[in-house]
Design a protein around this ligand. Structure first.
Ligand code: ATP
Length: 514
């Protein structure tokens, strides 16, 4: 099935099974804003908990805060967001569609990469075991041609972005003959800058009102509380502050479902270090964060690092962790070495000292910062995409199953009486009452057992527990495993242990702590 079709199916699956709904749907929706449904919110909460616990339980020098969404407007002047939080936009005059100019070029580069990989795959099939990939890549004329085209465009692109040269950016689009996917033409406008922050007024009188912004990132709330936390928590450098919460960006192009939203949630951690030690910590956090992703078991090959061509005004190193979404490898998390930029700027704009006295060195300095910043909604999308599976069963039937990491699954077990009589529902309810304090359980007695299994597969429930007539005599139930569909008899007294083994967050956290 084409990846595009898979993505469409994932979007409709999310809606049909209560994971994600378009916001304000009865009014035809609101661009790039989404609501999470009954299962979506559970999955989202579990992802957030996995992140929060991994930060604050596994690192004794990382603590959390929860700062307000509204902040003093000078913060956004100091951080550079008022002047520089812009995206380059370009319109196609025929289709009237708006695009991010940088994304058009990035997609063009990704297409060249795809062509090269196809050539390599084709040759590998042709030559079989005798295939020498390195030699093919360095000698095949078609590959070399594509490679040099890519490098030329890439070099110009990186330079144009770094120098904020928008005429050149437009010229690259023209020279590469990039067409609008809708109209198919190359009739492009100039490239213009567009600030992504939402603004509103705070205060009741028009004279007294103050223009404030909805935060476009949660990080600044951490920076301005850096000394509050350091002093009240008696924190010693190196230490980190973690925070999760909503962020808002007036994105130019709202596409790809919850990948790019105008209201979304971030999970960010700022780690304060001695100046000069930042690269060591940058590399350490890169590894820690990748291990966190991989522990979910969606497949190591689905992740890769992507180093930035353009460094943000505050960074001296930056990498993304990308996940292979149905529409290609895309950024899920950014890891940035932000130098002392933010703290120094707040010191300058607020007039308050933002320095730390290092008792070991006997001197004060402005700490350097390593940031890990992940979008909760993008993480959600990566997990759903990596878990969504269509299977044809031996009987000729098919099933859709979300092979969610069990610790993140919205419902951990379903308890199903085989029939609605003979005391089986009562027994099932006893089991639910026994397990509901530790695991989210669902009781279901409607329809055939097969249909009930399918419903649980579709929402990713790792275990189904079936109660039959024998249960009343031998105290045993049938456990059915979601991924293998294998079934096993187990005594009711053992259920807690069996389920906890797979679904507990503790075991997931232990994997990354080893
Ligand atoms: P992009 O280049 O895709 O716009 P970014 O580099 O601007 O992303 P950051 O500012 O580094 O993103 O934000 C950190 C994380 O926040 C991203 O890795 C992503 O997971 C998430 N994020 C950023 N913008 C959005 C958005 N509009 N919708 C959902 N998640 C987002």
């Amino acid at each position: 099935m084409a990846q595009e079709d898979v993505f469409k199916k994932i979007v409709s699956h999310c809606k049909e099974y209560g994971f994600v709904f378009p916001s304000s749907e009865v009014y035809d929706g609101l661009g790039a804003v989404y609501d999470y449904g009954q299962y979506g919110v559970e999955l989202k909460n579990n992802i957030r908990k996995y992140w929060w616990d991994s930060m604050t339980l596994l690192h004794e020098n990382v603590v959390g805060i929860d700062s307000a969404i509204f902040m003093h407007p000078s913060i956004w002047k100091a951080s550079g967001h008022v002047d520089a939080f812009n995206d380059p936009l370009i319109d196609n005059k025929d289709s009237k569609k708006r695009y991010r100019a940088d994304v058009l070029v990035e997609e063009y580069l990704a297409k060249i990469d795809e062509k090269i990989e196809k050539e390599v795959e084709k040759a590998a099939r042709r030559y079989g075991g005798a295939f020498d990939e390195a030699q093919f890549r360095s000698t095949n004329t078609r590959v070399l041609e594509q490679q040099s085209r890519r490098e030329a465009v890439h070099a110009r692109f990186a330079k144009a972005l770094n120098e904020s040269d928008f005429e050149e950016l437009r010229q690259i689009i023209l020279d590469a003959e990039i067409v609008c996917p809708v109209s198919g033409t190359r009739n492009w406008t100039e490239v213009r800058q567009f600030n992504l922050m939402f603004a509103t007024d705070m205060g009741s009188t028009s004279e007294g009102a103050m223009k404030i912004y909805l935060r476009p990132e949660t990080a600044q709330g951490i920076f301005v509380n850096f000394l509050n936390v350091q002093k009240t928590g008696r924190m010693k450098i190196p230490f980190g502050i973690a925070q999760t919460g909503k962020a808002f960006r007036n994105e130019i192009v709202a596409r790809q479902f919850i990948f790019r939203m105008r209201e979304f949630e971030q999970m960010e951690m700022q780690f304060f270090v001695r100046p000069g030690e930042e690269m060591e910590w940058f590399n350490k956090w890169k590894a820690v964060r990748l291990a966190w992703h991989k522990a979910l078991g969606l497949g190591d090959a689905k992740y890769r690092y992507h180093d930035h061509d353009k460094l943000a005004h505050y960074a001296n190193a930056a990498t993304d962790i990308e996940f292979e979404m149905p529409f290609g490898f895309k950024e899920v998390e950014g890891i940035h070495s932000r130098t002392d930029f933010d703290l120094s700027q707040h010191e300058k704009y607020s007039g308050k000292k933002m320095q730390y006295f290092d008792p070991e060195l006997g001197q004060s300095y402005t700490p350097y910062v390593i940031e890990t910043s992940i979008g909760l909604d993008r993480m959600f999308l990566s997990i759903i995409s990596g878990s969504y599976t269509e299977e044809t069963l031996g009987s000729g039937e098919s099933r859709v199953v979300l092979k969610l990491p069990p610790a993140l699954a919205p419902v951990k077990l379903a308890v199903l009486p085989l029939v609605k009589k003979d005391g089986l529902p009562e027994k099932a309810e006893d089991i639910v009452n026994m397990l509901r304090f530790d695991f989210r359980c669902q009781y279901d007695e409607k329809d055939s057992i097969g249909k009930r299994y399918r419903r649980q597969d579709a929402i990713g429930t790792p275990y189904c527990i079936t109660i039959d007539h024998d249960t009343l005599n031998d105290g045993k139930v049938t456990i059915r495993f979601r991924d293998t569909m294998e079934q096993e008899r187990a005594s009711i007294g053992k259920l807690h242990e069996i389920i906890a083994e797979k679904v507990s967050m503790k075991n997931l956290l232990k994997k990354i702590n080893d």
